[in-house]
Design a protein around this ligand. Structure first.
Ligand SMILES: [Zn+2]
Length: 488
């Protein structure tokens, strides 16, 4: 009997769960399809289920575009993993898009930070009320997730997945190394970014979502130009935040041509070029409105808001590099390859290519974004988020107490359960302990570094804890979206 798309998705992910490093190490990165019923938070379960339905409905309704290859039925689902990633892959029956649960949490966290930021709200001209912050959170999350999904969609319809299938099992965003990367691969990534920008702008500024967003952000009586500006800014903000929050590429150390994706600054450059192209065709007034000064100001606000994640580290170095002679050459080569790939796509489709506009229509189902919007709105993701940790005197503490985060994390790493930790710290509630550990999980890189300073036993303990307590680890991974990174 034929497998359902969900079963086929799960089977493929399980059978190809290992990531092989360049040194031949095999690391299991995916555990299979994520059953949403196993997730910790009920409102998140329904949000993710609704988003999945919305996307799958839209993907099923998309129009046939002559330039598009690989026209299998689409299926989107979530992947159980400890790592943030989005992947595109296919078997004989379906074109799959997979999003890991940690990536969903990461995107939610980015949107929390952005919607809590005063400079961001000022750029958008929004008042500082809880209601507007919550809605902004949702609106940004919609933009961000749509950007990721349409990026993966592009890897399918522009034939990237099919072309490389013999070399790699997944078209993978963040876990590089299992593919022989080269600048041609980078050109495909830039192409996916550019095309995704087209989709998101078309759907949010022109599509059915516009009206809904105007209503919740209280822009009903605003002039159409102002609504355009707010929506365009939302897009620029999430594009910047997404790239800022990824681990930075240090171009002085990395081999530029061996990267799986172009450096973030180049990606942002390419995304913006495409956005401007879309505006020229559809909203010429936005081209003049988004001055260089305005763009820089927006990016500064984004960098400041997301500073706790990776905060645009090495960003200046990247920008400087791309302005150098070697950088210019690289960007030229990248553009040349993107154009060549597009030309090949058009030739193979044997059809007249209506510059991008025809493509955009393929996903421009108003119903899609309306479903999506309702799904996101119904769960009010901005509510109920709390901070459990604060920074004082150069250390991390459980908020409002004299108990350090170190002591809780160390107890956890020694193998104590949260309930056991609660017994050792009668002043802390179980919720606070979960909150502290979830904070640790969400910011592990930073906190590990902080703890490891001067403590050699730390790494051994950390490894041990993971082996001893996989169930708790996955529970904490579920809970980690509940925490905010304190703004240092
Ligand atoms: Zn990609």
């Amino acid at each position: 009997m034929a497998l359902t798309p969900a079963e086929a998705f799960d089977k493929y992910v399980r059978e190809n769960s290992e990531f092989v490093t360049r040194d031949g190490l095999r690391i299991p990165v995916f555990r299979g399809r994520q059953h949403l019923t196993e997730l910790h938070r009920e409102d998140l379960r329904s949000l993710l289920a609704n988003l999945q339905n919305g996307f799958n409905e839209a993907l099923a309704q998309r129009k046939k575009v002559p330039e598009h290859l690989d026209d299998l039925p689409f299926y989107l689902d979530y992947i159980d993993s400890d790592f943030s990633n989005a992947v595109a892959f296919r078997d004989d029956s379906s074109a799959f898009i997979g999003i890991t649960v940690p990536l969903v949490y990461e995107l939610l966290k980015i949107c929390d930070l952005l919607s809590d930021s005063e400079p961001i709200r000022r750029i958008l001209g929004l008042e500082n009320t809880q209601e507007l912050r919550d809605w902004l959170n949702i609106v940004l999350f919609q933009h961000l997730l749509s950007l990721v999904v349409t990026h993966e969609f592009t890897h399918h319809v522009h034939g990237h997945v099919l072309k490389h299938q013999s070399q790699s099992k997944f078209f993978s965003e963040f876990v590089a190394g299992n593919q022989n990367t080269n600048i041609e691969r980078q050109a495909e990534e830039a192409d996916a970014d550019g095309y995704a920008a087209y989709h998101v702008l078309a759907n949010f500024i022109d599509g059915g979502t516009r009206k809904n967003i105007s209503a919740v952000l209280k822009l009903d009586s605003a002039l159409p130009d102002v609504v355009d500006q707010v929506l365009f800014s939302c897009f620029v903000i999430v594009a910047g935040a997404f790239l800022f929050s990824r681990p930075p590429v240090d171009l002085t150390k990395e081999d530029l041509f061996g990267l799986s994706h172009p450096p973030q600054a180049a990606r942002l450059d390419y995304l913006m070029r495409h956005s401007i192209l879309w505006c020229k065709e559809n909203r010429p007034s936005l081209v003049d409105w988004m001055t260089n000064d305005r763009f820089q100001q927006t990016m500064r606000a984004v960098a400041e808001a997301t500073w706790g994640m990776n905060g645009g580290l090495n960003w200046d170095a990247q920008t400087t590099f791309l302005r150098s002679e070697r950088g210019e050459k690289y960007l030229q080569e990248l553009s040349r390859l993107i154009d060549a790939q597009k030309a090949a796509l058009r030739a193979s489709a044997d059809a007249s290519f209506q510059e991008a506009q025809g493509d955009v229509e393929s996903l421009q189902s108003q119903r899609f974004f309306r479903t999506f919007f309702q799904a996101a709105s119904s769960s009010r993701i901005g509510h109920g988020l709390r901070e459990y940790i604060e920074q004082r005197n150069g250390g991390y503490f459980i908020k409002g107490t004299r108990i350090s985060l170190d002591s809780v994390v160390y107890a956890f790493l020694r193998g104590e359960s949260p309930e056991g930790i609660a017994e050792s710290f009668p002043d802390l509630s179980l919720e606070e302990i979960f909150g502290a550990l979830a904070f640790y999980m969400a910011n592990r890189k930073i906190i590990d570094h902080y703890l490891a300073e001067g403590r050699l036993e730390f790494e051994a303990l950390r490894q041990q804890a993971r082996r001893d307590n996989p169930v708790l680890y996955s529970k904490l991974a579920d809970a980690r979206h509940r925490t905010h990174m304190p703004k240092a």
